[in-house]
Design a protein around this ligand. Structure first.
Ligand SMILES: Cc1ncc(COP(=O)(O)O)c(C=O)c1O
Length: 419
């Protein structure tokens, strides 16, 4: 016991052991594969391990657009913690109203009703139920799309690996090719006035797949034409990640419901939201108990969301995301093509959602490991083994950018040997 208190390596082994005994042996094995580092602190773009290593956080699945523990978010959360962290839910509470107003101030005009939740999949569930309450019983989603793993969200996440062990899922679902408006039209035309379409503006977990420009506007038009309800899932892409406040802006569309999550809690707390038009929200508006959950709109999360939105706005993080993304994609492509040649298929993305697609099986995983060895945390892509994803924070400075580019170069040289 004494050794565990004084020896960091012994403490890390004990953590790993607890993972094995009480969480997941698979997760422990994965942790070991990544070098067994144990994270204990985070600040801005950086994560510190128990052994004192500093890692640049280009992972985190898109959460950290404001970096970790943004000072403004911390201040707001601390203030709320010392006054009213969790509401009674019977009385009216100001923070949730202020957060809704702040969020609606960032979304396309016409989206002004908000249902708050904690995780992303919960926001997806709320939106799917809103579609049902509006009479849409068929669900149309996109091949390789990702919307989460609760049963409803999983029903529209078209990956047999995640779906098959849990069948039967929701009935009356169809999956059509992403980026293919004609395929969507055929599906909607066969079931007019019955469908709910859920789509991402850029597919993140599919490996940063950007649809042809004009596709989203066409999806919006088709949904109008065939009486379908449109959910735009911006849980990963929203709040500046793409170099726009919302991917919806890029094609000037207004969905029936827009989904937010990940970055909404300012890298401090879990907060998500379904932001709807008044018409789409009407069933929830009439009966406030139709869809509820205890921690929906909790004041602590709401303080974090307001501060996150204010930080993104006042520090021009949307603009920073756009230009940092352009710079990084260009530089990373240059390094990788020089080091790995044709093994690199493409470096693509919008803003700070960057995908590196590799042409050799297993290379994305090798690169992920080597990046970690070089001090950078990256993401794999749940629905595409060939694509390594970088989701760096928009608060990175020049030194962080240099560090990342050196790490990419070092990792690329290291994986060259396995080619
Ligand atoms: C587009 C999209 N929707 C929904 C989700 C699910 O969010 P959560 O994992 O918080 O439930 C994710 C998570 O990666 C996502 O990327």
């Amino acid at each position: 016991m004494d050794t565990i208190r004084t020896d960091p390596a012994a403490r890390d082994r004990a953590t790993m052991d607890r993972y094995r005994r009480h969480l997941s042996t698979g997760r422990a094995a994965l942790g070991e594969m990544f070098g067994g580092d144990v994270e204990v602190a985070a600040r801005g773009a950086w994560v510190r391990t128990s052994a004192g290593r500093e890692l640049l956080n280009c992972g985190g699945y898109g959460v950290f657009i404001t970096g970790a523990r943004h000072p403004r978010v911390l201040r707001a959360v601390r203030r709320q913690l010392s006054t009213n962290p969790v509401a009674t839910r019977l009385l009216i509470e100001p923070q949730v109203a202020l957060a809704a107003e702040a969020l609606v101030g960032t979304t396309p005009a016409g989206l002004d009703r908000v249902h708050f939740a904690c995780g992303g999949a919960e926001a997806v569930e709320a939106a799917l139920k809103m579609a049902r309450a509006n009479g849409k019983r068929r669900l149309v989603s996109m091949e390789n799309g990702y919307h989460g793993k609760t049963l409803g969200a999983l029903s529209v996440t078209a990956n047999p690996l995640f779906q098959d062990p849990f069948r039967p899922l929701l009935p009356d679902t169809a999956h059509v090719r992403y980026g293919d408006a004609a395929a969507l039209e055929a599906e909607l035309a066969a079931h007019p006035d019955e469908s709910c379409v859920i789509v991402e503006p850029v597919q993140g977990e599919a490996g940063v797949v950007i649809p042809p420009f004009g596709y989203l506007a066409e999806v919006r038009r088709l949904c109008h034409q065939y009486g379908a309800f449109l959910i735009l899932d911006e849980i990963q892409t929203g709040l500046g990640r793409l170099g726009y406040w919302w991917g919806a802006e890029r094609e000037a569309i207004v969905p029936d419901v827009l989904l937010a999550g990940k970055a909404l809690g300012g890298g401090v707390l879990p907060v998500s939201a379904a932001i709807a038009t008044a018409e789409a929200f009407a069933p929830f508006d009439r009966d406030p108990f139709l869809h509820t959950s205890t921690f929906s709109g909790s004041p602590l999360g709401m303080a974090a969301a307001q501060a996150a939105i204010a930080a993104i706005r006042d520090e021009h993080l949307v603009f920073r995301s756009r230009w940092l993304g352009e710079l990084l994609r260009e530089e990373i492509a240059e390094i990788l093509v020089e080091r790995l040649g044709a093994a690199v298929r493409e470096v693509r993305g919008l803003g700070l959602l960057i995908g590196i697609e590799l042409a050799v099986d297993g290379l994305a995983g090798e690169l992920l490991l080597e990046l970690m060895a070089a001090g950078v945390i990256a993401n794999h892509s749940l629905n595409s083994a060939q694509v390594l994803r970088l989701t760096p924070p928009a608060v990175m400075d020049h030194e962080d950018v240099d560090f990342l580019l050196h790490a990419v170069d070092r990792a690329a040289r290291a994986v060259r040997d396995v080619l």
